[in-house]
Design a protein around this ligand. Structure first.
Ligand code: TYD
Length: 207
């Protein structure tokens, strides 16, 4: 039996981590076999690529190199962790996935959807999520809530205009794929958000 694949997306600081923690507690209590993972990362090689991508010292990295490294980390991550867990029938929950490449690299960096879809075709064709939770919070609201931002984080140095384009990207993706996306208002309390996420995942028969 094939397991279900759920991804979580949103702007930096949208409250994703809190929701993932709440979901983890819920699944453990409910005895539902699951695997939590994240991108970029989720395995030895993909975590090594993550370190290159998020290191503030690599500011001269080209946009194309960045996009290809995210795709490379994804290919390894799917092979090492996601595919085996799905084959075992487990529920796989991933913190960010290919929609982040579409929002950050295609829209915000301006590389365009065609290029990003092409280099991620292996993921889009074989491992499209059954459901994607988009925590809808604008970067302005998100940044206000975020504490202790790491100043070495290369991506956070990119500034507000960049993050606004990321938000626009997610928003467009969520509107264009209403079947797959679960769009939740991120301004609500964590409990309210979680209740909606849970109800929507049950409705989509992911839980
Ligand atoms: P992380 O510290 O995990 O951020 P967050 O908690 O907001 O998820 O860093 C991941 C960063 O990588 C985040 O800024 C989004 C970015 N990213 C991309 O630009 N493209 C991608 O394909 C992925 C998966 C992430």
């Amino acid at each position: 039996m094939k397991g279900k694949f759920i991804t979580f997306e949103g702007c930096d600081g949208c409250g994703k981590s809190t929701q993932l923690k709440m979901l983890s507690e819920y699944l453990t209590k409910a005895n539902i076999p699951h695997v939590f993972t994240r991108e970029p990362g989720g395995g030895k090689i993909s975590e090594a690529i993550r370190e290159i991508l998020l290191n503030g010292k690599n500011a001269e990295m080209t946009d194309e190199c960045e996009a290809l490294l995210y795709a490379a980390a994804r290919a390894q991550h799917l092979h090492d962790k996601v595919a085996p867990a799905l084959a075992e029938g487990k529920l796989v929950i991933c913190d960010r996935y290919v929609d982040s490449s579409l929002a950050y690299q295609a829209y915000a960096r301006g590389l365009g959807e065609e290029f990003i879809r092409k280099i991620n075709a292996f993921a889009l064709e074989k491992y499209l999520p059954d459901a994607t939770v988009f925590i809808d919070l604008t970067p302005r609201d998100a940044f206000q809530r975020k504490h202790g931002a790491d100043e070495n984080d290369r991506l956070e140095q990119a500034g507000m205009a960049f993050h606004e384009r990321v938000y626009e990207g997610f928003s467009r993706l969520a509107s264009s794929e209403k079947e797959r996306f679960i769009r939740v208002d991120g301004k609500q309390t964590p409990d309210e958000i979680f209740a909606q996420v849970l109800a929507a995942l049950k409705e989509k028969e992911c839980l």
